[in-house]
Design a protein around this ligand. Structure first.
Ligand code: 5AD
Ligand code: SF4
Length: 450
């Protein structure tokens, strides 16, 4: 038996891809290990979205090289591979800076891993594979998937055609591609059969989904969710990440009509200033976003929102930043991620004048994060005393507790036995912190009624 160690950075799509890479090499005799030192194959699945994420790769590669040399000293071979978006964007640079890396390959080529491994083990040279192969990757991935636990990811869409001016994704992940409905339904049924009770549909721009249905017509994300809602055994559906422009009426209506589509939506807005939104090529205004939130809340009154923000985009003035704070106050977020703008070579924004000072970015980020934290805290506090369904998916670090998630993705610790894992029960929230809740099981009712 050979050992495989995968380290993953970045988005949930990468988490899904890493699991699928493991599935691809399982038939070759590779079993997963957490210890890099003992691995025969090490894969770094990388993220290129901000500069920091890229830097981390090179420091990890140095560590891997030491293990590789130690193994070589005793006559054993450790293959090192770099996958993901840094591989796609900077393949030749990785080969130049880290010549001991055996394989560099982009996200569209994972199904070709067996051939790539065969090539390097025959010592037929290093592999650099950043093609966008004509055959769809998904059609060539194995049907067998390792058991993924209570919460599973299912990739339905890849790539992005939006070209936000700061973002590398359209270049690293390529054009939008949607998997056919039948393939997604079949994968959901397999996941449910393996015990998945919650499935999160993934895509870089998931609500731009436009897959082919059984009749050959095009189906949007709302239609896909209606079809998936019929899959037995799945208690919860989610999807991420969405673009405000692609939030159509049918998808909003799906939030009204499908009770087990969770009332929590990650909907990145990036900025609250119309001038900055235009420079970002987001193709919507701050008021469009406010209107969208209103329509979603009308469809599903308990809807909680999460978002992404960038501070210090080129040309961002103090007034622009104040507009972002105003939008945050108007919407009221349950949770959010915020970043300093990171200049990415090759994107339009990298060439824009008026790049913002690091110190100004730091100050704006701190102010925005303080406000977002206050809102997250407020959202959590407002849950105290409420009873909500919790899906238990693991043991808690607190003794005698199990760990679960509320519909709003809040982490919650509840006293109870391990056998609750994999089940959903109504839980009364008794205490709230900024990052997690404490609760107690309110009633032992059948899952069908919660
Ligand atoms: N700089 C900073 N943040 C970025 N993001 C994407 N590109 C950049 C960049 N160049 C953020 C956006 C996106 C999230 C995944 O990462 O907010 O929604
Ligand atoms: Fe990047 Fe914009 Fe596409 Fe999101 S929608 S992946 S931010 S280009």
């Amino acid at each position: 038996m050979k050992k495989l160690h995968i380290k993953t950075w970045g988005c949930q799509m990468n988490v899904y891809d890493s699991a699928r890479m493991a599935d691809v090499v399982t038939p070759l005799g590779y079993a997963p290990t957490d210890e890099m030192a003992e691995a025969d194959l090490v894969i770094f699945n990388t993220c290129h979205i901000r500069e920091k994420a890229t830097e981390k790769l090179f420091s990890e590669l140095g560590r891997a090289r030491e293990h590789q040399e130690a193994r070589a000293a005793v006559g054993e071979r450790m293959l090192i591979a770099v996958a993901g978006c840094v591989a796609q964007a900077e393949g030749p640079e990785i080969q130049r800076r880290a010549p001991y890396v055996d394989m560099v390959f982009g996200p569209q080529t994972y199904h070709q891993l067996p051939e790539m491994i065969a090539r390097v083990t025959r010592r037929a040279g290093r592999v650099l594979n950043t093609d966008f192969p004509a055959e769809a990757k998904f059609d060539h991935l194995p049907l067998e998937q390792a058991v993924s636990g209570v919460s599973a990811f299912l990739s339905v869409q890849e790539g992005c055609d939006k070209f936000c001016s700061f973002c590398v994704v359209p270049y690293t992940r390529g054009a939008e591609y949607s998997r056919p409905v039948a393939a997604i339904v079949a994968e959901a049924e397999r996941l449910a059969g393996q015990g998945a009770r919650e499935i999160t549909l993934l895509g870089q721009n998931v609500n731009a989904y436009h897959g082919e249905d059984a009749g050959g017509a095009t189906c949007g994300l709302g239609g896909l969710l209606r079809r998936l809602a019929e899959v037995p055994g799945v208690l919860r559906w989610r999807y991420t990440t969405s673009h405000p422009r692609d939030m159509d009426d049918d998808l909003i209506a799906a939030h009204r009509d499908i009770p087990h589509l969770m009332p929590f939506l990650h909907l990145p807005v990036q900025s609250g200033s119309d001038a900055i939104l235009a420079a970002m090529n987001r193709k919507h205004s701050a008021d469009d976003y406010r209107g969208l939130v209103e329509r979603l809340r009308a469809a599903r009154p308990d809807m909680g929102f999460s978002s992404d923000f960038i501070v210090g985009f080129p040309g961002e003035t103090d007034a622009d930043f104040q507009a972002t704070l105003r939008l945050v106050r108007d919407v009221g977020f349950a949770q959010a991620y915020s970043f300093k703008y990171s200049r990415r070579p090759g994107t339009p924004a990298a060439a824009m004048p008026q790049q913002v000072d690091e110190a100004v970015m730091d100050a704006r980020l701190a102010e925005l994060q303080a406000l977002l934290r206050e809102q997250q805290d407020g959202f959590n506090q407002a849950c105290v005393g409420r009873t909500m369904p919790v899906l238990f998916d693991g043991t808690s670090r607190r003794d005698g507790h199990v760990f679960g998630r509320t519909p709003f993705m809040q982490a919650i610790h509840v006293p109870g036995p391990e056998r609750l894992i994999g089940h959903a029960l109504p839980v009364e929230v008794v205490e709230a912190g900024t990052n997690s809740l404490q609760g107690r099981v309110a009633a032992n009712v059948p899952e069908a009624v919660i």
